[in-house]
Write a protein that binds this ligand. Structure first.
Ligand SMILES: Cc1cc2nc3c(=O)[nH]c(=O)nc-3n(C[C@H](O)[C@H](O)[C@H](O)COP(=O)(O)OP(=O)(O)OC[C@H]3O[C@@H](n4cnc5c(N)ncnc54)[C@H](O)[C@@H]3O)c2cc1C
Length: 308
């Protein structure tokens, strides 16, 4: 083949092998160094954690940062620890670490379910929990479990830390309240023995983002729901809590028809769209099924049954 016959590469198309633009690259070894870089470059910079979202977007030129700050070598942001009444998870903790964590399985079972369902082992070995939250996809699977566990997040900058409930973090698809100078450092979950939780999702094939997902946390006393928290993914511009449905569940017998009736209210709380993965109509239908399934699993766990 002569050179003139070689087809030109269209670098604006989705070529998955190359990053078709130049950028400055840093590998800070400490949080302090990373925060100083973020402070210096602000919105021109992007954090690279596992890269399983960012690199895909850079290759497709959906984002073109002038500066890439690879934080993966900062070891002290990768941990899952029990600290009094809390479980604290470093933002650079890999999904695979969470999958293998007995602490998460015991105290945040819905998160354990969610992580097991994400991507492939190769992806889970690279991807971080912080990256999943900061990417802010409406389909981010770690979000619904953390929302039903009332998780808090710690955002750090050279000016110090601020702690927010996760409910205040997401603004819309790909959008969060994170400032350009801030890094998500830690996720905090209160331990509880009063209730249990579960996560369910449906996707087109195993390694794909969710068509819809749901997490529930439930406390049950003498067969009656004492407290319930529900969160849904992929059915609105951001992962959300279904607070109206939650309030209707409180006080109902867990095995009653009223639970099914209450779940119909989910329709009012979501705003699904039709896209390549599914239709809005199917998302509406399946959301209620997922919540019901998750409720059954969480209740089985609460009674001491084994579920995954
Ligand atoms: C084949 C495949 C399958 C996938 N399956 C799933 C799935 O089933 N469910 C699902 O939810 N996702 C899935 N994903 C998406 C992705 O793997 C996850 O969202 C992952 O957790 C992202 O983490 P990361 O460390 O790779 O993030 P990165 O790609 O490194 O970063 C993502 C974004 O967050 C920012 N960021 C990262 N860490 C921080 C931080 N600590 N502070 C501030 N900003 C930060 C980055 O700048 C970037 O904008 C899949 C991806 C692929 C390629």
């Amino acid at each position: 083949m002569v050179v003139s016959e070689i087809p030109a590469i269209n670098i604006t198309a989705r070529n998955t092998r190359i990053i078709p633009f130049e950028y400055e690259y840093y590998e800070p070894r400490s949080l302090k160094e990373a925060l100083e870089l973020l402070d210096r470059y602000g919105d021109q910079a992007r954090i690279l954690a596992g890269g399983t979202d960012l690199l895909v977007k850079m290759k497709a030129r959906l984002v073109e940062p002038r500066v890439v700050i690879n934080v993966k070598k900062i070891d002290n942001l990768r941990y899952i620890v029990e600290d009094g009444e809390q479980v604290r998870i470093g933002a650079l903790t890999r999904l695979r670490d969470i999958e293998n964590s007995e602490l998460v399985k015991k105290y945040i079972p819905a998160l354990h379910d969610a992580v097991k369902s994400m991507g492939s082992i190769q992806i889970r070995n690279m991807a971080t929990i912080g990256g999943n939250l900061c990417n802010a996809s409406p389909a981010a699977d770690t979000a619904p479990p953390l929302l039903v566990h009332n998780a808090k997040i710690v955002l750090s900058s050279v000016g110090g830390d601020r702690v927010l409930p996760l409910t205040e973090f997401f603004k819309g698809p790909g959008l969060t309240v994170l400032k350009p100078s801030e890094l998500l450092r830690e996720i905090i979950v209160e331990k509880t023995n009063a209730g249990s939780s579960a996560f369910k999702k449906v996707s087109r094939v195993a390694v794909d983002l969710a068509i819809a997902s749901a997490a529930i946390y439930v406390e049950v006393e003498d067969g009656f729901i004492r407290n319930a928290r529900i969160a849904l993914g992929s059915v609105a511009p951001k992962p959300l809590r279904a607070v109206k449905t939650e309030s209707l569940l409180r006080g109902l017998r867990i095995d009653s028809r009223e639970v099914l009736n209450a779940l119909k209210t989910i329709d009012e709380e979501i705003s699904p769209i039709t896209d390549v993965r599914s239709t809005a109509e199917y998302r509406r239908y399946v959301s209620k099924v997922l919540v019901l399934d998750a409720l059954e699993v969480a209740y089985t766990r609460l009674k001491g049954g084994v579920h995954g």
